[in-house]
Design a protein around this ligand. Sequence first.
Ligand SMILES: O=C(O)CCC(=O)C(=O)O
Length: 287
Amino acid sequence: MEKSELFPVDQEDIDAFWRDGAVVLRGVLNEHWRRELADGITLNLVQPTSRRVDWVRDETTGDHLFHDQLTVAHNPHYERCMLASPLGPLAARFMASPTALAFYATVFVRSPGTRSRTPWHQDQTYWCADGRQALSIWTALDPVPAGTELEFVRGSHLWEKPLAQTNFDEQNLGGEREIEDIDFMPMPDFSGADRDRFEFLGWPMEPGDVLVFHGMTVHGGSGDLPAGLQRRSISTQWLGPDARVTDRPGGCNPDWLPELAQNGIGLGDYPACAMCPTITAEGTILP
Ligand SMILES: O=C(O)CCC(=O)C(=O)O
């Protein structure tokens, strides 16, 4: 792996990303990369990490929602895709940065027909890193029909206060998370009574399409699947040079601080290290 592939980016999409907090790009991952990710998921399901949770597991209906979070070293297929597919250079271009740091990957696998919506949240308020140059690139290996899309609250990455946090534990998915010392914005009822107060973005997608969204963009709501349709989705997390490692009053999720410390990275550092490799906007993978 010497170079990442490149995918052409329109300035209009970059402008929309900074204005709205999320954009869809069509046809970014070709069949080769989709197969690589599918192989990664097959391996991940039989070799989960210690961070794996099953948000849904119903032996009667067969419904299963598997979730894991991994840095590149955990899975050679995800590693190849994060380093050599167009994702890294795209992340750098969207962050208006010469480089993108491959922070980690998040995996969601819903068995066919599983009905479990992702709670509304902002990723970055859980991360052990902060910065304006911070985004995720989400993709699904299965079609995403209308009504099951991941939704984004338009412009929410620019809100002054962070959104109240949701519980992502296996036992209490979506429950309120009590954290002192943070001036949170109370959680609106985005799916119900407060829906008219906000503007939402969401796109039906085909395999190979990707969503690029800012680390502070509020999102959720996806995943009430029709019978027979599965969803294997991967969200890759990227940081730019203004990002710094941080701790959070309520703890981080995922908490990479111990692993970063083993790589010589502490609070306040930019986390460039063997665990989080860097790719340039031109596709060079830095040693
Ligand atoms: O795929 C999903 O249901 C949730 C995705 C998500 O929350 C994320 O990528 O941060």
